[in-house]
Design a protein around this ligand. Structure first.
Ligand SMILES: *[C@@H]1O[C@H](CO)[C@@H](O)[C@H](O)[C@H]1NC(C)=O
Length: 176
């Protein structure tokens, strides 16, 4: 009795620790922090970001900020007026969705000077993915079915448009 209880507790504690070990806390830019004239693309190069991981942006609070934007605003260093802005100087962001994420500083010319971070978040387990790979595949764009031959026993409108659903799913998972 006592032994099985001890084993159970051990298993419970072990499983809690193994879950904790999976999530990583990334300090963006390491000891340089969130700043201009830093190559964040190189910083991300050898890292794998997964669901549940945390990004911490360190800088002097109030003197800079972190704004999550989309891909085109990332390229042009522009910030939508309604975007939430983090300013604490120790901003922690827990990654809860996978796919691509873009963060920039909206302070004067900081983004133009390299204060911009682009990451691609992987699903939690290796090889697990609820949808096909996020990279566009030609088959997903085939929404127009071939027209049936004129002597076909079904009307053209009832031809199943089987590629619509994957395309919808693809869009849902790539929204941000
Ligand atoms: C990104 O957001 C801006 C608004 O700030 C919008 O005008 C633009 O169309 C968006 N781009 C994409 C690719 O979603």
């Amino acid at each position: 009795m006592a032994l099985s209880r001890a084993l159970f507790l051990f298993a419970l504690i072990a499983s809690i620790f193994s879950t904790m070990a999976v999530a990583k806390d990334f300090v963006v830019g390491d000891e340089k922090g969130w700043t201009t004239l830093f190559d964040y693309q190189t910083w991300t190069a050898n890292k794998v970001f997964r669901l549940g991981d945390t990004l911490t942006f360190n800088y002097v609070g109030g003197k800079d900020n972190v704004v999550r934007v989309n891909g085109s605003d990332f390229k042009s260093c522009s910030v939508p007026l309604t975007a939430p802005v983090l300013t604490s100087g120790q901003d922690k962001i827990i990654i809860t969705t996978y796919g691509r994420r873009w963060y920039i500083s909206s302070v004067t010319d900081h983004c133009e000077n390299g204060q911009k971070l682009f990451i691609t978040v992987q699903p939690k387990q290796d090889g697990w993915s609820p949808v096909p790979s996020p990279s566009p595949s030609p088959s997903l764009d085939l929404v127009t079915p071939e027209a049936p031959p004129s002597n076909a026993p079904w009307p053209a409108s009832s031809v199943p448009r089987r590629s619509l659903l994957p395309k919808k799913l693809f869009q849902i998972f790539n929204r941000d």
